[in-house]
Design a protein around this ligand. Structure first.
Ligand SMILES: [Zn+2]
Ligand SMILES: [Zn+2]
Ligand SMILES: [Zn+2]
Length: 243
C-alpha cells in the first residue's frame, strides 16, 4: 500500500502528491493538523497518524523523495532554493513562501481547518459550482464545505492580483460594483490571453502556478467569500477548470 499524501490544505507549499517527513522538536512529535516544516523544507499538514520512519535505503512508496534525501544525508533538513523573496501580502514580512509568509499561512490554515471538507474526494454526481465559504457564525455551528470542495478565495494562491481598490484608485472603475466586474474580467484575460506574461511580467510566477493547479479544480465545488450573486473569480476558475 503506498503511503497516503499529507492532508490537503490550500496553504501548504510542499508537493501535494507525496507524504512528507517532519522532524520532532527536541524529541516531541509535531502536533497533528497544523502546518509543519517538512524535511524537504516546505510546509505540509501534519497527519493525525505519525509516520514510522522506514529504512532510508528502502523508502516506502509515496514518500517524498526530497524528504528521503534529507533523511539519508543525516542533515536536519535540506535547504533548497525557494522562490523569490517578496513582502507577505498580509503582514508585509519578507518571505520566500510564494507571497504569503509561514506565520500567515499557519493562521489561514487554522481558519481553514474547521471548515475543511470531511473528504477531499468528490462524490459521484457532483455538479461543479461556485459555493459560499462558511461565515464565522456558520463555522461556530459546525458548517463545513461539501466533500471535494476547494477554497479559491483571496487568501489562497488563486487570489486575484487585480484588486477592486486598485481599479478604483486608478480610475479604471467608477464604483465597487463596476470594479468587481472589471477586475474579474481582467483576471480571466490574465489567465487566458497569450500575451499575459509580457503584459504583466511581475505576475508570471503566480500565473504559472494557477494554470498548473487548474486541473486539480476540475469537477469540484469551488468556495469563495464573494456573495453568490456577484461577479467572482471563482466563476472564471470554474469555467477554465471544466472546459
Ligand atoms: Zn518532502
Ligand atoms: Zn505574513
Ligand atoms: Zn470570489
Amino acid at each position: 500500500m503506498p503511503l497516503t499524501p499529507n492532508p490537503y490544505s490550500p496553504y501548504a507549499t510542499a508537493a501535494a502528491d507525496a507524504r512528507h517527513v517532519f522532524f520532532g522538536f527536541l524529541g516531541a512529535d509535531p502536533l497533528p493538523n497544523v502546518l509543519g516544516v517538512t524535511a524537504c523544507d516546505a510546509l505540509a499538514v501534519v497527519p493525525a497518524e505519525p509516520l514510522t520512519l522506514t529504512d532510508p535505503a528502502n523508502p516506502s512508496v509515496g514518500l517524498c523523495p526530497e524528504c528521503v534525501a534529507a533523511m539519508s544525508g543525516r542533515t536536519l533538513r535540506v535547504r533548497r532554493p525557494r522562490g523569490e523573496v517578496t513582502d507577505c501580502r498580509f503582514c508585509e514580512a519578507a518571505t520566500s513562501h510564494g507571497g504569503v509568509c509561514a506565520l500567515c499561512r499557519q493562521e489561514l490554515h487554522d481558519e481553514w481547518w474547521p471548515i475543511r471538507p470531511a473528504s477531499d474526494t468528490v462524490p459521484e454526481g457532483t455538479v461543479p459550482t461556485r459555493i459560499a465559504r462558511p461565515r464565522p457564525g456558520e463555522i461556530e455551528a459546525g458548517q463545513r464545505l461539501p466533500d471535494g470542495a476547494r477554497l479559491v478565495d483571496d487568501t489562497t494562491v488563486f487570489a486575484n492580483p487585480f484588486t477592486v481598490e486598485w481599479s478604483i484608485d486608478t480610475g479604471l472603475a467608477a464604483d465597487e460594483d463596476d470594479a468587481r466586474t472589471y477586475v474579474v474580467n481582467v483576471f480571466e484575460e490574465w489567465l487566458t490571453a497569450p500575451y499575459a506574461d509580457t503584459e504583466w511580467p511581475r505576475l508570471a510566477e503566480q500565473r504559472a502556478k494557477v494554470l498548473a493547479l487548474l486541473p486539480s479544480l476540475k469537477g469540484r465545488p469551488l468556495a469563495c467569500s464573494c456573495d453568490l450573486g456577484k461577479p467572482c473569480c471563482g466563476d472564471v476558475l470554474l469555467r477554465l477548470a471544466n472546459p
